[in-house]
Design a protein around this ligand. Structure first.
Ligand code: SAH
Length: 350
């Protein structure tokens, strides 16, 4: 049997054209568009205001390929981790993080990851494939539904900080954000969306050329090439020099302040010298720094910096004029925190 066409990979115009060929009235396309992108219909059967014969016709030509929730875990801090099953049997994870003033979805952009950052559990999974834009969209839509069902509040923020490197899946991430922000999609503000990258210089420039309206976070973790090579091998081909040049270009084009993420690893990147190097790097452009508590991963080689060390580090950065926040970990008990997404239910780390 040949695979049916993914109906969500068609634009509204393409849908209208194809319906002409199927001898269906043009307005049907808009009706279906709404079912697909706003009402989250898992299939044609659920599109109850369409004639049955038409639904059957659709069924024979297309598929929606909507993902399903395979697993849900609730943390004591109310964070919810979801496992999503994709149409081809692969899995990704997404996280709902309720906070006092915001409801954040942390979503994945790839199945696994090709980068091998030494502190991250996802890095141990092979990168199997990029997610399609509709799969990225589904995570947001489904986590949004979960937020309203469980906590009575809509999502307010989205961060691309789950599995994968979003800038190595550029076109699908961009398309997903278009649908998430579109009026005939989820209608969310791009200002509430943050794409987090390990620092792919060429693609950061492309974000500038595309004049994106969402926020950019860079996982820095060391502002010294030798150290950063060790922690994040991507630095060998995207050095701090290349990264700073790309970030300046991005800022020049978009005027958007960048966030630097910095996971604090005891005796590894938390010394006064590290703070000095970080301050010097961060100050090349308007930015803020998030100091992130390291979340232990199985058989990990690092320890987290102590609370005192984090505060000392923060003080040093502030003395140099940086804007700094300390980010506490969420959902650790269910392996839902940053860097802990590893499809553990399915891929026990031995
Ligand atoms: N590839 C992208 C997005 C995924 S990582 C990126 O590198 O930014 C999302 C964030 O989680 C990054 O800042 C990453 O450095 C951080 N992270 C990874 N492992 C972590 C861990 N064990 N503890 C705390 N943060 C971690």
């Amino acid at each position: 049997m040949t695979e049916k066409q993914n109906i969500r990979h068609l634009s509204l115009e393409e849908l209208q054209e194809q319906f002409l060929e199927l001898e269906e009235p043009r307005f049907r396309a808009a009706q279906i568009w709404q079912w697909l992108w706003q009402k989250g219909a898992p299939g044609f059967h659920e599109m109850t205001n369409l004639p049955k014969a038409f639904r059957e016709k659709l069924e024979s030509h297309y598929d929606v390929y909507r993902m399903s929730v395979s697993d849900r875990q609730l943390s004591t801090d109310k964070t919810i981790k979801c496992g999503f099953r994709l149409y081809d049997g692969e899995f990704v994870e997404g996280v709902l993080i309720p906070q006092e003033s915001r409801m954040t979805a942390c979503i994945s952009s790839q199945v696994g990851c090709s980068l091998t950052c030494s502190f991250c559990a996802t890095a141990r999974l092979p990168r199997k494939r990029n997610l399609f834009f509709d799969e990225i969209y589904d995570q947001v839509d489904m986590i949004n539904r979960m937020a309203t069902e469980s906590y009575g509040v809509h999502l307010s923020n989205i961060v691309f900080m789950g599995m994968g490197e979003p800038l190595l899946n550029y076109s699908q991430v961009m398309k997903a954000i278009e649908r998430i922000t579109a009026e005939d999609g989820l209608g969310m503000s791009p200002k509430r969306i943050t794409v987090s990258t390990a620092g792919i210089a060429k693609m950061i420039k492309k974000l500038g050329d595309d004049d994106v309206k969402f926020n950019l976070a860079v996982s820095l973790h060391a502002a010294n090439d030798e150290k950063r090579n060790k922690i994040m091998p991507i630095n060998e081909t995207n050095s701090l020099g290349a990264l700073s040049e790309a970030l300046l270009y991005f800022y020049d084009k978009t005027g958007t302040r960048v966030t630097f993420e910095y996971v604090m690893l005891q005796d590894e990147n938390d010394t006064p010298k590290d703070a000095e190097e970080l301050a010097a790097f961060a100050k090349i452009l308007p930015s803020k720094i998030n100091l992130i508590e390291y979340n232990p991963i199985e058989n990990g080689i690092y320890q987290k910096s102590s609370g005192n060390a984090m505060h000392r580090f923060k003080d040093l950065l502030e003395q140099k004029g940086c804007i700094v926040n300390i980010r506490r970990s969420r959902g650790q008990d269910i392996d839902a925190a940053c860097g802990q997404l590893a499809n553990k239910q399915l891929n026990p780390v031995i």
